[in-house]
Write a protein of this length. Sequence first.
Lengths: 486, 180
Amino acid sequence: MDTAPNFILTPLAPLAPELLLICLGLLLVVVDLFLGEKRHILPWLAALGTLTGLFLLGNGSGHFSDGLFGGMYILDAYSLFFKVICLIGVLFTVMLSVRYLDTEKMHQGEYYSLLVFAAVGMMVMVSAADMIVLYLGLELMALSVYCLVGLLKSDSRSNEAALKYFLMGAFSSGILLYGISLIYGMTGTTDLQLISQRLTELNLADNTLLFIALGMVLIAFSFKVAAAPFHMWAPDAYEGAPTPITAFMSVGPKAASFAVLGRILLSGFPELHVHWGPLIAGIALLTMATGNILAISQTNIKRMLAYSSIAHAGFALLGILATSNEGVSAIMNYMLIYAFMNMGAFAIIIMLNNRERRGEQLKDYRGLAQTNPVAAALMLIFMFSLTGIPPTAGFIGKFYLFLAAMNAGYTGTVIAAVILSAVSAYYYLRVVRYMYMYDSEKGEAVAMSPSLTAALIFAVIGVIGLGVAPGWVLEMASQSLPALAQ
Amino acid sequence: MNLSISPEAVPLIREGIFVGLIIVTVFGALLATLAKRMTRAVLGLVVCFLGIAGIYYFLNSPFVALMQLLIYVGAVAVTICFAIMLAEPDERKLAAKTPGMAGPLAVLLGATVTWVLAGTAIKAEWMAPAVKINEGSVKDVGVSLLTTYSMVFELVSIVLLIAILGSLVIARSGRDKAEC
């Protein structure tokens, strides 16, 4: 055809992890269809596939490319790092799901498939160098997660959570698209690198409309990472969703959204830092305050962890605020650490779970140290880490974030963050107090399962390991940065 | 019949068509939001889509106008009709609306956002429109979808697959406890 432009077929080998996961997602649907009762192999298949995906990611780490499909898809160490976090999140979720799905009698095989497709969406998001690809990745992830939240169909709280999440999510996607279309109208491109170039060429740094457009993009991503004042959906969605999905939402989609936010702001709009800097500082402060203060009054532990996840989003925003390689590598490090400690805490909640939703109320933790000392000790470690007490990894994560923001000159914001971090000790350590200071009421035995044990061991190794030897992650994170912020 | 139009009348007619299309769109949108019966709301949506298709055509994008008609009026509206038919919503519940501050506040907020956006957008200097590939014909759109935008094209298909899969998972067996 003579109308076709010169077109070179993009080699697909660098996309191996994404392609593998797409095939895995499809395979899970088909296997579920034909296996009927032998569905218990689904989680194993999902875990095996995710592990292979991680292996392929590691394998491809030497072959970076900054322009697959005409520059729409970037493979760099930055995206690789976040992809690893996302896949670790999926792996944890699969391990947490096995027993939970049994107790809740949820046997939809599509559960694992949707989880894997959500992972594909996140991988596309973090690699996207073009707003359109980014949006499609976001939708792929979001659609899968909306469905996963509503999978407890006989539970009205799950229905409510899914509907709220869906409506809010669709609304924020609309705002994002509006912002993207305005940016396209001003710069004539959706490519982030080109946007950055055109901003200087066309002298758009002080353009009001561009500022509004960027504001819309910021609002949309504040929705996605549940930053105040756009956090309203999070507590309801987190509380109503099946617990493994709550854990997944607070780790995977959040990390991916932060990755994208970092890429858009630092690679697409570095010139506008004077405008978005104060805005992000304000959002970060408000988010930390809202999350930490509202978490104090919660008696439902899933809801408390939802507010805690809002608060942690506020802390992570400090890294974007810093606009330096140091700040971005601090976010990357923090997201990895957060994945381990949050997954660990949720693993304990799921361990206590039975058909009556035990383990979700704070009072269910009374006297856990007597009935199950190991679980209580592990929960203690995860709560310490979430608070940020050394030698756990949570301390290292917060330390580098605060340091980066401090070096960038946001001393006031950092002081507020430290104070609010101290506030957070109240509600995290309250769980510890319930476990150690009170007597147990019923003394119910805790049922374990191999996959849950594996998840707990994995999480505790991560939390302690990253806390004791943090150097290599930071080094890996900072090594990825020259590509991002030129 | 002699239908010669004086050159002075051309801009007037153009404005007239544009305003007419906008009235159709806004009327459809109002019908969709204010109607108390679901089926009428869908009809309003169809009118709104038609108006938007007209605006696309007016703005010299026949392909997009055609797609708007085919996909939104032809497919989306029909799908919504099917969903309404299958779900049989309780129409009486829609009629009962509690008056409160939310309505006026929403109108105020919406008006402010529209005002600010329209105000800045009119004043802004837009990029020249992107290079038009051969009048946006179907063939050229197809070629660029499968070459330059091949990745986007494939991604869209995965997103649609998940949308179908997800809606089936959610809808299947309803809220029947025995099944799930």
